[in-house]
Design a protein around this ligand. Structure first.
Ligand code: NVA
Length: 310
């Protein structure tokens, strides 16, 4: 059966652990796995802007022995010039895997149904599972190892309805973490995702909580994350975002509610003075560049793991 990584809970807790262990091994030994030797090609498609994701998948596919074929969505016009189904059928005959950043999750699901090769979510409107895996790896490294994830509290403040909020809920619950989302009432995460994360957490010893008070969300947390107030494709204006999310800005006072050694995460691009204060993202608790580097290691692990099992 072809395996895909479309959303965080496509990996069981045991599988997520395997992928994170593999990521640690690949971080220590960059060229230990060569599943794409040939070189076999991986199609890396972007319907939205990118820097980190294009970088980390291009470098990662090359390090796995493969050839990264980056496709600008403006050229391919998937779903406009040609259906997702036909695109999947064409790609699947020539590449070892498909990596896609696109809009609605349903486009990715259609790709996965028709490609015949593993498909990886490189961000959709609903989920950003590669980023969440990189964040788990980063938290674990700073907490003393993968075993330390279970039972720790991860607080996310900001837009609770965006892809990062959803991925933190699912990935954190899978890892046995206590995930708190602090967000305005009008930006609650998708109820289906919260329910699914709660079900996963019930089996791992974790928990999920949605709060509308930033200080309560961050209180006693071991890791504090935020994200842009206006995601790619979101029409919320700057003034509206400031009014809505201003109380959830991650500044030094809010961070002061967390554990003294809490790490600060941001998937970037970051907007200093908006969702995060410069003194926080540029301060001693920030691990954002470890996080950005870890995208490379976890994505290599995901590709290797999916190819082995498909
Ligand atoms: N929530 C952000 C993540 C960027 C990596 C967005 O979708 O734009």
């Amino acid at each position: 059966m072809t395996r895909h990584f479309l959303r965080d809970d496509d990996l069981t807790p045991a599988e997520q652990r395997q992928v994170l262990e593999l990521a640690l091994r690949l971080k220590a030994e960059r060229f230990a796995e060569r599943p794409l030797a040939g070189p076999r090609a991986v199609a890396i498609l972007f319907d939205k802007p990118t820097l980190r994701t294009q970088l980390s998948f291009t470098v990662g596919v090359a390090e796995l022995g493969g050839h990264p074929m980056v496709v600008d969505g403006n050229l391919a016009q998937i779903g406009v010039r040609e259906s997702v189904e036909d695109t999947a059928g064409v790609l699947g005959r020539q590449v070892a895997a498909v990596v896609w950043r696109t809009f609605h999750q349903s486009r990715l699901e259609t790709m996965a149904r028709h490609a015949g090769v593993p498909v990886v979510n490189a961000l959709t409107d609903q989920f950003h599972p590669c980023q969440a895996l990189a964040d788990l790896l980063t938290i674990a490294e700073h907490a003393g190892g993968l075993d330390a994830l279970r039972g720790r509290t991860l607080a996310y403040v900001g837009d609770g309805a965006n892809n990062m909020a959803h991925s933190y809920l699912l990935a954190g619950a899978t890892a046995g973490m206590h995930v708190r989302v602090g967000t305005p009432t009008s930006r609650r995460p998708d109820a289906d995702v919260v329910d699914r994360a709660a079900t996963v957490a019930a089996g791992t010893g974790g928990s999920v909580t949605v709060l509308h008070d930033a200080a309560a969300a961050v209180s006693g947390a071991h890791a504090v994350a935020t994200d842009t107030w206006v995601s790619m494709g979101d029409a919320t204006g700057a003034a509206e975002a400031e009014q809505l999310f201003g109380p959830f800005r991650l500044d030094a006072a809010l961070l002061g509610r967390a554990e003294p050694d809490a790490v600060v995460l941001h998937c970037m691009p970051a907007y200093r003075g908006k969702e995060i204060a410069a003194e926080v993202i540029d301060g001693p608790r920030s691990v954002v560049f470890d996080e950005a580097e870890n995208r490379l290691h976890v994505q290599k692990a995901v590709l290797t793991w999916l190819l082995e099992r498909s």
